[in-house]
Design a protein around this ligand. Structure first.
Ligand code: ADP
Ligand code: MN
Ligand code: MN
Ligand code: MN
Length: 339
């Protein structure tokens, strides 16, 4: 029996790239091959020279279609010389992952998102506001929770696809949720996070609801949506000093990180709502108002990981994991941190 492969890729939309996908029927016994698409419809090529190449980089079972069908995450290449397309941020991530492989970087990413129905956050009354936030985080009950069925379906789908989803929770703002992927290496966590995002959009579609990664869905006294990125090297998992050194290293390159942590970061990192202001770098133990937090338990145990709280929900994990690996590992290796 032939099977269906859903080819997923990241487009060239600005400022925030979007996911695209299309289906290929593949004969039984064959692996998903290179494929192409019309780059002039995705902001990736001019109409006169429109072909772009899809190169499979990660394949997993398709939990929605079942059967032998698969999901295929791709990088985009330029056909003339098969070099990475400018929109392809994975290629640079792969280089850095390889360069610093000896440090065995792990990432656990907390993906926050907001469900939208009829043009407003799911659960919000028409033309008004819900009760102020306070009871929604990890809440239960029909007066506090909207969209749990989507969350459960999405979690099951990630598990069935073999993704390393590690948990979910309702977030501080009504209609806002989180799932976590990892810990995994930089490329693995990023490939899987993109596939998990695709599954979220696809499953919410069945409910006439759209999931958004917009960093500040409602301005004012409502929480933004982030993608806290938890990070460790082999050395950090063995002792405490490398964790402090990592937090110090991240402070040496704050600007480069901030400008690459997702469009609209200044709307979210205001210094309120469990964020540090985007203009300043800080780190601390247990401090949810710091740029980087060392969890209390990590301090207690004298080893573990640190949490970079700066990335937006709409960040590109290939960029964020590349920057963190590069900054922390270069510093650990005694290389200068430059931009
Ligand atoms: P928070 O308390 O900030 O809400 P979460 O429980 O949502 O934290 O997320 C913590 C994340 O950190 C999880 O994805 C988990 O897999 C990840 N994690 C745990 N240990 C490590 C480690 N040593 N290195 C990197 N990530 C880790
Ligand atoms: Mn969390
Ligand atoms: Mn959260
Ligand atoms: Mn967190």
């Amino acid at each position: 029996m032939p099977y269906r492969a859903e080819y997923i890729w990241i487009d060239g939309s600005t400022p925030t790239p979007k996911l695209r996908s299309k289906t290929k029927i593949i004969p039984d016994g064959q692996e998903p091959p290179l494929w192409g698409f019309d780059g002039s419809s995705t902001n990736q090529a001019p109409g006169s020279d429109s072909d772009c190449v899809l190169k499979p980089v990660f394949v997993c079972p398709d939990p929605i279609r079942g059967n032998n069908d698969v999901l295929v995450m791709n990088e985009v290449l330029i056909p003339a010389d098969m070099s990475p397309h400018p929109s392809n941020t994975r290629a640079a991530c792969a280089e850095v992952a390889e360069k610093y492989a000896a440090h065995e970087s792990w990432f656990g990413i907390e993906q926050e998102y907001t469900l939208f129905k009829d043009g407003r956050p799911h659960g919000w009354p028409i033309g008004g506001y819900p009760a102020p936030q306070g009871g929604y985080y990890c809440g239960v009950g029909a007066d506090e929770i909207w969209g749990r069925e989507i969350v459960e379906r999405h979690t099951e789908a990630c598990m069935a696809a073999g993704l390393e989803i590690s948990g979910t929770n309702a977030e501080v703002m009504i209609g806002q949720w989180e799932f976590q992927v990892g810990p995994l290496g930089p490329l693995e966590v990023s490939d899987q996070l993109w596939v998990a995002r695709w599954l979220l959009y696809r499953i919410a579609e069945d409910f006439d609801i759209s999931a958004h990664l917009t960093p500040k869905p409602v301005s004012g006294d409502w929480n933004g949506a982030g993608a806290h990125t938890n990070f460790s090297t082999k050395e950090m998992r063995e002792s405490y000093e490398p964790i402090v050194a990592g937090a110090e290293a991240l402070g040496k390159r704050h600007d480069a990180h901030i400008t690459n942590y997702g469009p609209g970061i200044e709307t979210r990192l205001t210094g309120l709502h469990e964020t540090a202001p985007w203009t300043e770098y800080s780190y601390g133990v247990s401090d949810r108002g710091a740029s980087v937090r060392i969890p209390w338990q990590v301090k207690q145990e004298g080893k573990g990981y640190l949490e970079d709280r700066r990335p937006n929900a709409n960040m590109d994990p290939y960029i964020v994991t590349r920057l963190i690996t590069e900054t922390v590992c270069a510093d650990a290796d005694g290389e200068p941190i430059v931009d």
